[in-house]
Ligand binder design. Structure first.
Ligand SMILES: Nc1ncnc2c1ncn2[C@@H]1O[C@H](COP(=O)(O)OP(=O)(O)OP(=O)(O)O)[C@@H](O)[C@H]1O
Length: 232
Protein backbone atom coordinates (compact mmCIF):
# COMPACT_ATOMS: atom_id res chain seq x y z
CA UNK A 1 0.00 0.00 0.00
CA UNK A 2 1.25 3.44 -0.95
CA UNK A 3 0.26 6.49 1.04
CA UNK A 4 0.78 10.21 0.76
CA UNK A 5 0.06 12.05 4.00
CA UNK A 6 -0.28 15.84 3.76
CA UNK A 7 2.44 15.64 1.14
CA UNK A 8 3.67 19.07 0.04
CA UNK A 9 6.40 20.20 -2.31
CA UNK A 10 7.38 23.79 -2.94
CA UNK A 11 10.04 25.28 -5.19
CA UNK A 12 10.68 28.78 -3.84
CA UNK A 13 7.22 30.35 -3.87
CA UNK A 14 5.83 27.82 -6.33
CA UNK A 15 3.64 25.19 -4.67
CA UNK A 16 3.96 22.12 -6.90
CA UNK A 17 2.00 19.87 -4.52
CA UNK A 18 -0.25 21.09 -1.74
CA UNK A 19 -1.14 18.78 1.16
CA UNK A 20 -1.88 15.64 -0.83
CA UNK A 21 -3.60 12.76 0.98
CA UNK A 22 -3.83 9.64 -1.10
CA UNK A 23 -3.88 5.89 -0.57
CA UNK A 24 -3.22 3.35 -3.30
CA UNK A 25 -4.14 -0.15 -2.15
CA UNK A 26 -2.91 -3.47 -3.51
CA UNK A 27 -4.83 -4.20 -6.72
CA UNK A 28 -5.79 -0.54 -7.30
CA UNK A 29 -5.10 1.10 -10.62
CA UNK A 30 -5.22 4.69 -9.43
CA UNK A 31 -5.12 7.11 -12.35
CA UNK A 32 -4.13 10.72 -11.80
CA UNK A 33 -5.20 13.20 -14.36
CA UNK A 34 -4.96 16.94 -14.63
CA UNK A 35 -3.73 19.67 -16.92
CA UNK A 36 -0.01 20.26 -17.49
CA UNK A 37 1.59 21.49 -14.28
CA UNK A 38 -1.16 20.07 -12.02
CA UNK A 39 1.36 18.18 -9.87
CA UNK A 40 1.11 14.61 -11.19
CA UNK A 41 4.82 14.02 -11.87
CA UNK A 42 5.74 15.68 -8.59
CA UNK A 43 3.44 13.22 -6.78
CA UNK A 44 5.09 10.27 -8.51
CA UNK A 45 8.65 11.48 -7.80
CA UNK A 46 7.83 12.08 -4.14
CA UNK A 47 6.28 8.63 -3.73
CA UNK A 48 9.31 7.05 -5.38
CA UNK A 49 11.65 8.98 -3.10
CA UNK A 50 13.39 10.64 -6.05
CA UNK A 51 12.79 14.09 -4.51
CA UNK A 52 12.31 14.99 -0.83
CA UNK A 53 9.01 16.50 0.35
CA UNK A 54 8.93 20.02 1.80
CA UNK A 55 6.51 18.65 4.40
CA UNK A 56 4.27 15.65 4.92
CA UNK A 57 5.31 12.07 4.38
CA UNK A 58 5.22 8.98 2.23
CA UNK A 59 4.36 5.61 3.76
CA UNK A 60 4.76 2.22 2.20
CA UNK A 61 2.76 -0.54 3.82
CA UNK A 62 2.11 1.77 6.74
CA UNK A 63 5.76 2.58 7.50
CA UNK A 64 8.41 5.08 6.46
CA UNK A 65 9.99 3.87 3.20
CA UNK A 66 13.34 2.15 3.16
CA UNK A 67 15.85 3.57 0.73
CA UNK A 68 17.61 1.35 -1.81
CA UNK A 69 21.15 1.70 -3.12
CA UNK A 70 20.13 4.20 -5.79
CA UNK A 71 18.28 6.34 -3.22
CA UNK A 72 14.78 5.39 -4.39
CA UNK A 73 12.25 3.71 -2.13
CA UNK A 74 12.53 -0.07 -1.93
CA UNK A 75 9.79 -2.26 -3.39
CA UNK A 76 8.55 0.17 -6.03
CA UNK A 77 8.88 0.12 -9.80
CA UNK A 78 8.85 3.19 -12.06
CA UNK A 79 7.93 3.52 -15.70
CA UNK A 80 8.71 7.01 -16.98
CA UNK A 81 7.32 8.49 -20.17
CA UNK A 82 10.59 7.77 -21.95
CA UNK A 83 12.19 4.50 -20.92
CA UNK A 84 16.01 4.73 -21.14
CA UNK A 85 17.85 1.49 -21.78
CA UNK A 86 21.33 0.74 -23.07
CA UNK A 87 20.81 0.72 -26.85
CA UNK A 88 23.72 -1.63 -27.64
CA UNK A 89 22.55 -4.26 -25.16
CA UNK A 90 19.72 -6.69 -25.84
CA UNK A 91 16.46 -6.67 -23.91
CA UNK A 92 17.71 -9.59 -21.86
CA UNK A 93 21.07 -7.94 -21.12
CA UNK A 94 19.37 -4.71 -20.08
CA UNK A 95 17.03 -6.62 -17.80
CA UNK A 96 19.94 -8.52 -16.27
CA UNK A 97 21.88 -5.31 -15.66
CA UNK A 98 19.00 -3.38 -14.07
CA UNK A 99 17.88 -6.38 -12.03
CA UNK A 100 21.40 -6.79 -10.63
CA UNK A 101 21.50 -3.06 -9.79
CA UNK A 102 18.25 -3.59 -7.90
CA UNK A 103 19.98 -6.32 -5.86
CA UNK A 104 18.42 -9.38 -7.53
CA UNK A 105 20.68 -12.40 -7.39
CA UNK A 106 18.82 -15.03 -9.46
CA UNK A 107 19.65 -13.73 -12.93
CA UNK A 108 19.54 -16.94 -14.92
CA UNK A 109 18.58 -16.74 -18.55
CA UNK A 110 15.53 -18.92 -17.88
CA UNK A 111 14.14 -16.60 -15.21
CA UNK A 112 14.80 -13.41 -17.18
CA UNK A 113 13.35 -14.82 -20.40
CA UNK A 114 10.27 -15.94 -18.54
CA UNK A 115 9.78 -12.42 -17.16
CA UNK A 116 10.28 -10.84 -20.60
CA UNK A 117 7.78 -13.21 -22.13
CA UNK A 118 5.31 -12.58 -19.28
CA UNK A 119 5.68 -8.88 -20.14
CA UNK A 120 4.74 -9.67 -23.73
CA UNK A 121 8.12 -9.26 -25.44
CA UNK A 122 8.23 -11.53 -28.50
CA UNK A 123 10.67 -14.42 -28.03
CA UNK A 124 12.67 -13.43 -31.11
CA UNK A 125 13.29 -9.93 -29.67
CA UNK A 126 14.82 -11.07 -26.37
CA UNK A 127 18.39 -11.18 -27.75
CA UNK A 128 18.09 -8.26 -30.16
CA UNK A 129 19.67 -4.90 -29.40
CA UNK A 130 17.13 -2.52 -27.89
CA UNK A 131 18.18 0.21 -30.35
CA UNK A 132 15.79 -1.60 -32.72
CA UNK A 133 12.93 -1.79 -30.22
CA UNK A 134 9.72 0.23 -30.41
CA UNK A 135 8.64 2.31 -27.41
CA UNK A 136 6.16 -0.42 -26.48
CA UNK A 137 8.91 -3.05 -26.51
CA UNK A 138 11.19 -0.91 -24.31
CA UNK A 139 8.35 -0.56 -21.82
CA UNK A 140 8.00 -4.32 -21.74
CA UNK A 141 11.60 -4.64 -20.58
CA UNK A 142 10.78 -2.33 -17.66
CA UNK A 143 7.59 -4.26 -16.90
CA UNK A 144 9.72 -7.44 -16.90
CA UNK A 145 12.02 -5.75 -14.40
CA UNK A 146 9.01 -5.06 -12.14
CA UNK A 147 8.05 -8.76 -12.49
CA UNK A 148 11.57 -9.98 -11.62
CA UNK A 149 11.78 -7.63 -8.64
CA UNK A 150 8.26 -8.59 -7.52
CA UNK A 151 7.49 -4.94 -6.79
CA UNK A 152 4.53 -4.17 -4.54
CA UNK A 153 3.90 -0.80 -6.13
CA UNK A 154 4.29 0.51 -9.67
CA UNK A 155 4.32 4.18 -10.64
CA UNK A 156 3.89 5.26 -14.21
CA UNK A 157 4.14 8.69 -15.80
CA UNK A 158 2.27 9.05 -19.10
CA UNK A 159 3.09 5.49 -20.17
CA UNK A 160 0.82 5.38 -23.22
CA UNK A 161 1.88 8.64 -24.87
CA UNK A 162 3.36 7.72 -28.22
CA UNK A 163 2.06 4.14 -28.18
CA UNK A 164 -0.12 3.02 -31.07
CA UNK A 165 -3.65 1.90 -30.06
CA UNK A 166 -2.81 -1.81 -30.18
CA UNK A 167 0.33 -1.36 -28.08
CA UNK A 168 -1.64 0.82 -25.62
CA UNK A 169 -4.28 -1.88 -25.31
CA UNK A 170 -1.66 -4.55 -24.71
CA UNK A 171 0.04 -2.34 -22.17
CA UNK A 172 -3.32 -1.98 -20.40
CA UNK A 173 -3.65 -5.76 -20.31
CA UNK A 174 -0.23 -6.07 -18.64
CA UNK A 175 -1.14 -3.49 -16.01
CA UNK A 176 -4.40 -5.28 -15.28
CA UNK A 177 -2.44 -8.48 -14.90
CA UNK A 178 -0.08 -6.87 -12.38
CA UNK A 179 -2.93 -5.29 -10.42
CA UNK A 180 -4.66 -8.70 -10.39
CA UNK A 181 -1.56 -10.01 -8.64
CA UNK A 182 -1.93 -7.38 -5.93
CA UNK A 183 0.47 -4.69 -7.17
CA UNK A 184 -0.63 -1.16 -6.19
CA UNK A 185 -0.53 0.92 -9.37
CA UNK A 186 -0.48 4.71 -9.64
CA UNK A 187 -0.47 6.18 -13.11
CA UNK A 188 -0.43 9.76 -14.36
CA UNK A 189 -2.10 9.98 -17.73
CA UNK A 190 -3.81 12.29 -20.19
CA UNK A 191 -5.24 9.32 -22.04
CA UNK A 192 -8.95 9.41 -21.11
CA UNK A 193 -9.73 6.30 -23.09
CA UNK A 194 -7.02 4.33 -21.32
CA UNK A 195 -8.15 5.68 -17.95
CA UNK A 196 -11.74 4.68 -18.67
CA UNK A 197 -10.67 1.15 -19.51
CA UNK A 198 -8.26 0.62 -16.66
CA UNK A 199 -8.82 2.81 -13.64
CA UNK A 200 -10.30 1.38 -10.48
CA UNK A 201 -9.93 4.87 -8.99
CA UNK A 202 -9.39 8.28 -10.52
CA UNK A 203 -7.94 11.42 -8.98
CA UNK A 204 -8.31 14.79 -10.66
CA UNK A 205 -5.54 17.26 -9.85
CA UNK A 206 -5.39 21.00 -10.35
CA UNK A 207 -2.81 23.51 -9.13
CA UNK A 208 -1.06 20.96 -6.89
CA UNK A 209 -4.27 19.80 -5.21
CA UNK A 210 -6.36 16.68 -5.51
CA UNK A 211 -9.74 18.18 -6.41
CA UNK A 212 -11.86 15.08 -6.94
CA UNK A 213 -11.63 11.38 -6.35
CA UNK A 214 -13.85 8.98 -8.27
CA UNK A 215 -14.33 5.26 -7.98
CA UNK A 216 -15.98 4.45 -11.30
CA UNK A 217 -18.48 1.60 -11.40
CA UNK A 218 -19.00 -0.40 -14.58
CA UNK A 219 -22.18 1.63 -15.22
CA UNK A 220 -20.25 4.92 -14.95
CA UNK A 221 -17.69 4.04 -17.54
CA UNK A 222 -19.68 4.94 -20.65
CA UNK A 223 -20.06 8.59 -19.63
CA UNK A 224 -16.75 8.83 -17.87
CA UNK A 225 -14.78 10.67 -20.55
CA UNK A 226 -17.39 13.45 -20.73
CA UNK A 227 -17.46 13.68 -16.95
CA UNK A 228 -13.69 13.86 -16.69
CA UNK A 229 -13.51 16.54 -19.36
CA UNK A 230 -15.84 18.67 -17.20
CA UNK A 231 -13.36 18.53 -14.32
CA UNK A 232 -10.55 19.65 -16.59
N1 LIG B 1 12.29 21.34 -10.33
C1 LIG B 1 11.29 22.24 -10.37
N2 LIG B 1 11.56 23.56 -10.14
C2 LIG B 1 10.57 24.47 -10.16
N3 LIG B 1 9.27 24.20 -10.42
C3 LIG B 1 8.96 22.92 -10.67
C4 LIG B 1 9.94 21.88 -10.65
N4 LIG B 1 9.31 20.71 -10.92
C5 LIG B 1 8.02 21.00 -11.10
N5 LIG B 1 7.80 22.32 -10.94
C6 LIG B 1 6.50 23.02 -11.07
O1 LIG B 1 5.57 22.35 -10.26
C7 LIG B 1 4.29 22.28 -10.90
C8 LIG B 1 3.84 20.83 -10.98
O2 LIG B 1 4.69 20.16 -11.95
P1 LIG B 1 4.47 18.64 -12.37
O3 LIG B 1 5.60 18.29 -13.27
O4 LIG B 1 4.25 17.82 -11.16
O5 LIG B 1 3.10 18.72 -13.21
P2 LIG B 1 2.37 17.59 -14.06
O6 LIG B 1 0.97 17.53 -13.58
O7 LIG B 1 3.15 16.33 -14.02
O8 LIG B 1 2.40 18.20 -15.53
P3 LIG B 1 2.60 17.48 -16.98
O9 LIG B 1 1.25 16.95 -17.34
O10 LIG B 1 3.03 18.61 -17.83
O11 LIG B 1 3.65 16.42 -16.81
C9 LIG B 1 4.45 22.98 -12.24
O12 LIG B 1 4.01 24.31 -12.13
C10 LIG B 1 5.95 22.92 -12.49
O13 LIG B 1 6.37 24.00 -13.28
Amino acid sequence: MLEAVELTKTYGRKVALDGLNLTVRPGDVFCLLGANGAGKSTTIKLLLGLIPPTSGEVRINGAAPRRGRGGANVGLGYIPEQVSLYPRLSGLENLRYFASLAGESDLTRARLTEALEAAGLPADAVDRRVSNYSKGMRQKVVIALAVVRQVRGLLLDEPTSGLDPLAAREFGRLLRDLSGRGVAILMASHDLHHIRELATRIGVMKGGRLMEELEPTAADRAGLETRLLQFL
